[in-house]
Design a protein around this ligand. Structure first.
Ligand code: PLP
Length: 415
């Protein structure tokens, strides 16, 4: 890391910063890569790759088990990563459970908390903009408990309708589940307001932070949420690692999802008791390398500065949205202002997969499909769409390349 421009304690330009990402130092289909798919997964900086390699090379031991030196080093690094990642989201280390990502975190709440606490007739409030990972677990929990899903509509611009949310609360509302930032519309939901409304009714608030933690300074304690889920791979960390924050009183009333080694206090032939929180939720050998890599990722993001990253990605997405709106035949989805780091769009008469293919032929990576948000696609009356998402390694030149690439899509399809 000594060669890193970040190590000097200066403020490197975004172009300099991009050099920290080895995947960007390649051409794709004969063009320098423009990576606009960070909402699906982000690129990884050298600091993260090195931290993971160092673990596997120098101290590839299990954690919380053996007493030898390598195992001690692995346990220390794993727990140091917990402290670092918890600090990054404004939480205490013992309120952060390492999971394999947002999907597992939300399932842990749906199985471990919701199935234990929901009764027939209870209501779960959701929006139609939820990612399937923050929707299907609640459908299943509702089916298992006899609870009902209640959807709160969005405004015509695609924002959360707070008046509709207020009106949707009843005496049976027990849980509100929603994204902090939509992975399709780029809207940021007013979580503090939602928490205030929900807690007045003693309802629990579960936030899907998959698209916010990578891009915004987040403090779960300031937000006041009950549970908060996120994924490491979208925030410069490795795949297969993420987290669930839970308020201490909520984690105490949550059942484990995985039973087995390492999550127990005592076991006899008939029964077992559980280890303390958060260890009771980390049954089996955890993703040690992933946690260490995620620790390195948050250290990297902290050195760049989350306020800077937020402003940068937002500005690129806003500029892209405005310029795409002016292209003939292009429809941009989501509100015209306050857009977080992504822009979702369609080109009239061209399937989004074809859009993505033509862009790829120019070295530009975007996502095309339903973005794991089929109910939202139905609300927007479309089957699918293309999405360009921005992060700290993108520049204004990348927006130029996207706009030029879409002009090429238009020419290719004779528009
Ligand atoms: N929620 C949102 C808003 C997402 O964008 C994603 C991933 O795209 C997820 C949940 C699921 O994340 P993971 O696949 O890392 O579990």
């Amino acid at each position: 890391m000594s060669a890193s421009p970040l190590a000097a304690g200066t403020t490197p330009s975004w172009t300099t910063l991009a050099q920290e990402f080895p995947a960007l130092q390649q051409t794709v289909n004969g063009h320098p890569l423009v990576y606009l798919d960070s909402a699906a997964t982000s690129l990884k900086p050298t600091a993260v790759i090195d931290a993971v390699c160092e673990y596997y090379r120098d101290y590839p031991s299990n954690v919380h088990r053996s007493v030898h030196t390598l195992a001690g080093r692995a346990t220390e690094a794993y727990e140091a990563a917990r402290t670092q990642v918890a600090g990054f989201i404004g939480a205490q280390p013992d309120t952060l459970v390492f999971t394999h990502g947002t999907t597992e975190s939300l399932n842990l709440v749906a199985y471990g908390w919701a199935r234990r606490h929901l009764q027939p007739g209870d209501e779960i409030l959701l929006t139609p903009a939820e990612h399937h990972s923050n929707l299907v677990p609640w459908q299943q929990a509702a089916r298992a408990t006899g609870a009902h899903l209640v959807y709160v509509d969005l405004t015509p611009e695609g924002r959360l309708d707070l008046a509709a949310l207020r009106a949707a609360f009843t005496a049976r509302t027990r849980l509100v589940a929603l994204a902090h930032v939509s992975n399709v519309l780029g809207t940021e939901n007013p979580i503090r307001d939602v928490v205030q409304l929900a807690h007045r009714q003693d309802a629990v608030v579960v936030v899907d932070g998959a698209q916010s933690v990578p891009h915004l300074p987040v403090s779960v304690s300031d937000l006041g949420v009950d549970f908060f889920a996120f994924s490491g791979h979208k925030m410069c960390g490795p795949t297969g690692i993420g987290g669930l924050y839970g308020r201490p009183e909520r984690l105490a009333e949550t059942d484990p999802l995985l039973y087995g080694g390492e999550m127990i206090a005592e076991v006899d032939r008939e029964r077992a008791t559980w280890a303390d929180v958060p260890y009771r939720f980390e049954g089996g050998t955890p993703n040690v390398a992933g946690a260490i890599g995620l620790g390195a990722a948050v250290a990297f993001l902290d050195r760049v500065g989350m306020d800077r990253i937020a402003a940068h990605s937002r500005a690129l997405a806003q500029e892209a949205a405005e310029r795409l709106t002016q292209l003939p035949g292009v429809t941009v989805y989501g509100p015209p202002t306050d857009r977080q780091a992504l822009v979702t769009f369609n080109c009239e008469g061209v399937h989004p997969h074809d859009v993505a293919q033509v862009l790829d032929s120019q070295g530009i990576a975007v996502r095309a499909g339903h973005h794991c948000a089929q109910p939202l696609m139905q609300t927007l009356a479309i089957q699918s769409s293309a999405r360009a998402s921005f992060y700290l390694y993108n520049t204004r030149e990348d927006v130029d390349r996207l706009v030029d690439g879409l002009r090429e899509v238009g020419r290719y399809f004779g528009r």
